[in-house]
Design a protein around this ligand. Structure first.
Ligand SMILES: Nc1ncnc2c1ncn2[C@@H]1O[C@H](COP(=O)(O)OP(=O)(O)OP(=O)(O)O)[C@@H](O)[C@H]1O
Ligand SMILES: [Mg+2]
Length: 259
């Protein structure tokens, strides 16, 4: 079941440092939302605030509201671990579990959710997820080998397989294709396209063509200068952002005339 996300007046801090300021946006269910913007403007920080991964950093906190299908994410009593189960994440740097095999890496989330998983069901999840992440053919004969023994791009696809294996309601992807070759990138974009009929997908990308190809809505983040907080400049349907943006700085960024 896909869910929509409503963000209002969100400020995100690392200790005293205000990293992202005053974000308002609605992320639609069953759609792909892309975040673009220069390095350091807070895309990853904002993404992590959507599934409560931000607060695992000591001193990190948010002010404001995030509603997932109307339910407040930051209300007292909400279990952050349960939130992270429903709102999956693929990180900017691949992070397979170092001691686990390829097979067990894919199933790591499923095993957290339910202890008992029949061998045949587990095999099916592993195959389907690895196929979805376009990794199956490369690893099907060495599923018992360590995940750390894969190349960087393969590890990234392994992490994508792990995230989709639990069929989360929302999937957050932080530059999932930055380490991938064009063939795997195309496969991941196809996967994103397939997943959006069921899920809500948010993707951070530095690749403008990718944002234009895969997303329905695009948010452009920027920052006024070093040490200043990042902020959302514009949030609109992707076609509009790329053809006729509301803001001059959006236009400058996407056309490469920036800074
Ligand atoms: N763990 C942290 N502790 C303190 N400050 C941090 C931490 N992580 C990020 N920041 C700061 O928050 C700001 C936003 O960083 P963030 O990683 O969200 O940017 P980004 O838009 O994802 O950049 P990039 O495109 O390079 O990935 C930066 O000023 C960064 O230095
Ligand atoms: Mg980032």
């Amino acid at each position: 079941m896909a869910k929509s996300i409503d963000v209002s007046d969100l400020d995100i801090y690392y200790g005293d440092f205000l990293a992202v300021q005053g974000v308002n946006m609605t992320i639609r269910a069953r759609a792909v939302t892309a975040f673009i913007g220069p390095s350091g403007c807070g895309k990853s920080t904002f993404l992590r605030s959507l599934n409560r991964m931000h607060e695992v950093i000591p001193g990190a906190r948010v002010e404001g509201k995030v509603l997932v299908d109307g339910q407040s994410l930051y209300e007292p009593g909400v279990d952050p671990v349960a939130v992270r189960r429903q709102i999956g994440m693929v990180f900017q740097r691949p992070n397979p579990f170092p001691t686990m095999s390829i097979y067990d890496n894919v199933l790591a989330g499923n095993r957290l959710n339910s202890k008992k998983l029949k061998k045949s069901a587990a095999d099916d999840i592993v195959e389907k997820s690895l196929k979805g992440a376009n990794l199956w053919n490369e690893v099907k004969d060495r599923l018992g080998k360590p995940g750390m023994g894969l190349s960087g791009g393969q590890q990234q696809r392994l992490c994508i397989a792990r995230a989709i294996a639990v069929e989360p309601q929302v999937l957050l992807m932080d530059e999932p294709c930055s380490a991938l070759d064009p063939i795997s990138t195309a496969a991941i974009e196809d996967l994103i396209h397939d997943l959006k009929s069921q899920y809500t997908i948010v993707i951070v990308t530095h690749n403008m063509q990718q944002a234009a190809r895969v997303s329905d809505d695009t948010g452009f983040f920027n920052l006024k200068g070093a040490g200043q907080p990042g902020h959302l400049v514009e949030f609109n349907p992707t076609e509009k952002v790329f053809a006729n943006p509301d803001n001059d700085s959006t236009e400058a960024y996407i056309s490469g005339r920036f800074g």
